[in-house]
Design a protein. Structure first.
Lengths: 339, 339
DNA sequence: GGTCGGAGCTGCAACGATTAGGCAAACGTT
DNA sequence: AACGTTTGCCTAATCGTTGCAGCTCCGACC
C-alpha cells in the first residue's frame, strides 16, 4: 500500500511527476504541483521502496559485514565503525555472525550477494590450510565480478583488499615492552589453534624473543581468545613451575582470565609477574591491563569508506594491503623487574 | 550480469522453466533439463536477486534492529539473539546504532520501512517526557499499517508489543539480596538522567528499601550506565562519609567503575562494602560481581521469532507485554554483614 | 504571424524475478 | 491410430521506481 502510483493518483499527476517531486530531479516542476504531491505523500504516509529503487538504480545501498560473533567486543567495535560510515552515507548495514565457520561465511556472503550489497566486509580471521578456503575465495571472486566489493580486515588470501592492523607487529611490540622492562622468561598464551591470527601473534612474540636472544626462555602454551582459555592456560602455567616473569596473552580477554587465575593463586601482579594483552578492549581499561591498542574502529570505518568511495565498476585494487598503526598502552599489570 | 534470463538462455530453456528448477515448484521437470539449468546457473555464478524477489513476493526477508550502541555488550547480546533467529529463518539482520537519540531512531525506522523490513526491533530505552516520542509513535503506527511488525524490548509506549525483562523487579531483587545479607545503608548509583530504564531501576531499588523499612537510609546518587559514571559517583560517595554498607549500580559497567574507585581508595570489597550491579554482562563474571542476570539474548531471539512467526497481515497484538524472568547471580563482591 | 524554446507534464520501457494459463511437442500405451 | 501423460515453451501481468522521449501549451522574438 501507498506506492508512488497511489501518491500520484491522489495528487492527480503522473507517476513520473510524483517521482521527480519526491526525490528532487533537475526537471522543473511548478510549485503548485510540487506542493500537491508532497501533501499527498504526507497524507498517505508514503514510504519509497528501497527495494524497487535498488532494482532500477542498480544500487541497493546495503553494506554487509561478517563477524565471528558480535558479542565479542573486538567485532562490535569494528561493526560500529562500519555502521557509522554506512549510515552517514545513507547506507544500511547488514550484519551476520559466522561463528568462525568458513562454510557459514560462504553462505552469508552468497546471501549478501543476493541482496546486491555494495560490499562485504570480512572481519573474522581465517584458518591456515582451511579446506574450504578455495570455495570462499571463489565466492569472493564471483561477487567481485558482479561489482560487489570485498574487504578483509585480517591478512587472509581472499583476493580482496586488506585493511588491517599488524597483529604480528603488535605482538612484537608488547613483547619488546616487557623485555625492555627487564623480563626474561616470558610465556605466551596462544589463541585458538589453526587460526591465522593465532599464528601471527605467536610469530610476533617469538620474533621479538629471538631478536632479544631470549628464544630459549620463550614459552608458548595453547590457549584461546576467551576468558576461560586464558584462565585455564595460566592455571597450567602455575601448576608447572617455574613461573615465568611475565605472561602475554593472545588477546585481552584471555589476559583477564590469566589475571584472575593469578589472583586466585595469590600471585601478585605486577609484583611477581607482569601480564599483558593485545587489542585494548574496554575491559583492559577496567582491569588496568597493559596492552596494545588496535585500530578496530578505524579498520571498520575505513573498510566501509573504501567500499562506498570506490565506484561499483572500478577495479577493486585486489592486491593492496593497508596497515593501520597500533599503539602500546602501558597500564598497571606490568612493572619493571630488576634482574 | 547473470540474471535468470541469462541462465535460461545458457541452458537453452525458457525463463519460467529455469525459475521452476531453481526454486523447486510443483511443476514437473525432467532430470535432464533440471541438470542443464543447474549446470548453467553454476557456470554463470548465478545469484538470484533478493531485491527483485522481494518486490514480487512482497517479503524482503530483512529484519531490522535498532540499538543504542552495538559496542555496548547489553545490546550486542540482544543483537546476537535477533540475528541467530533471523539467520535460521533465512532472514538477514539490518543493524542500526541510534546513540539514544529519538530523532535518529525515527530516521532509521523510516529507512528500514523503506526496505520493507519484516519487522523492526527497538532495543534501546526511551526517555520520560520525550518531546519527540509522539513522532516516533506515529512512525511506528505507519509502519505497522504497512505490515511491518514492531517490537520493543523495553517498557515504552510505542504502540507495539513489548518483550522485556522486568528491570524494576531486577533492581528490587538485587536490593533485597543485599538487605537480606544484613546491609542497611545502601546507595544506588542511578543511570543517565531522563531515561525510562533509569527511572525503573531506581524505583525498584526504592520500593525494596521502603518495603524493608530502610527508606531513610536509602541514598540515590546520579550516575550513568558507563564505567566513568560509576567511578565518579563512587568517588563522590567516598568523599562524603559515612560510606554506605553497600552500593548498587544501575548496571554492571557502572558497578565495575565503582569497584575500581573503591579499590583505589583502599576500601575492601566485600569486607567493608558490598557492590552489586544489574545485567550480568560478561565483565561481571570477570570481576566476580554480584548482579542480576537479564535474559537479553532471549529477548532478542523472542522478538525476532515473534516478528517472523506472526503473519505479515495479522494483528500485531499491540497491547501485549511479555516479561522474561531474570535471575540473581551472587558472586564475590557481596558478603553477609553482621550488624 | 509563424516558429522557436522552454516550462511542465505524461507515457513507456526497463530493472529481475515470479506465477499462471494456454498450448505444443514427444512419448508410451492400448 | 487414438489417447493420455509428461514436459517444456511462450505470453502476459505484477511488484515500485526511474529516466528518457515526447507532447502540449504559452510567451517571445524576428
Amino acid at each position: 500500500m501507498s506506492s508512488l502510483v497511489e501518491v500520484a493518483r491522489a495528487a492527480g499527476v503522473a507517476v513520473s511527476t510524483a517521482s521527480r517531486v519526491l526525490n528532487g530531479s533537475s526537471h522543473p516542476i511548478s510549485a503548485a504541483t510540487r506542493a500537491r504531491v508532497i501533501a499527498a505523500a504526507e497524507r498517505l504516509g508514503y514510504s519509497p521502496s528501497a527495494l524497487a529503487r535498488a532494482l532500477v538504480s542498480r544500487s541497493s545501498r546495503l553494506l554487509g559485514v561478517l563477524v565471528s560473533d558480535i558479542v565479542n567486543p573486538y567485532f562490535s567495535v569494528i561493526a560500529r565503525g562500519v555502521d557509522d560510515v554506512a549510515t552517514r552515507a545513507g547506507y544500511v548495514t547488514m550484519l551476520s555472525n559466522v561463528d568462525r565457520r568458513t562454510a557459514t561465511e560462504i553462505n552469508r556472503l552468497q546471501t549478501m550477494r543476493n541482496y546486491r550489497a555494495a560490499g562485504v566486509i570480512f572481519a573474522g580471521s581465517g584458518y591456515v590450510d582451511d579446506p574450504e578456503a578455495p570455495t570462499l575465495v571463489k565466492a569472493v571472486r564471483q561477487a567481485q565480478e558482479q561489482g560487489i566489493h570485498a574487504v578483509s580486515l585480517t591478512v587472509r588470501d581472499l583476493g580482496c583488499p586488506v585493511i588491517t592492523a599488524d597483529s604480528q607487529a603488535a605482538a612484537y611490540d608488547i613483547t619488546d615492552h616487557l623485555v625492555s622492562l627487564g623480563h626474561r622468561r616470558i610465556a605466551f598464551i596462544e589463541g585458538p589453534p589453526g587460526m591465522i591470527a593465532t599464528h601471527q601473534r605467536r610469530e610476533g612474540f617469538l620474533a621479538c624473543m629471538s631478536d632479544a636472544d631470549l628464544a630459549e626462555t620463550a614459552r608458548c602454551i595453547p590457549g584461546g581468545f576467551d576468558y576461560e582459555a586464558g584462565h585455564a592456560a595460566t592455571m597450567r602455567l602455575i601448576a608447572r613451575p617455574p613461573l615465568p616473569d611475565a605472561i602475554i596473552a593472545a588477546n585481552d580477554e584471555a589476559a583477564v582470565g590469566a589475571l584472575n587465575a593469578l589472583r586466585q593463586a595469590r600471585i601478585d601482579v605486577p609484583g611477581e609477574i607482569s601480564v599483558a594483552g593485545i587489542d585494548d578492549l574496554r575491559v583492559a581499561q577496567f582491569v588496568g591491563l597493559t596492552t596494545v591498542s588496535l585500530p578496530l574502529y578505524e579498520m571498520g570505518a575505513m573498510a566501509a569508506r573504501h567500499i562506498l568511495d570506490t565506484a561499483p565498476g572500478a577495479d577493486t585494487g585486489d592486491a593492496t594491503t593497508t596497515i593501520l598503526s597500533h599503539r602500546l598502552i602501558p597500564r598497571e599489570t606490568t612493572a619493571r623487574r630488576s634482574s
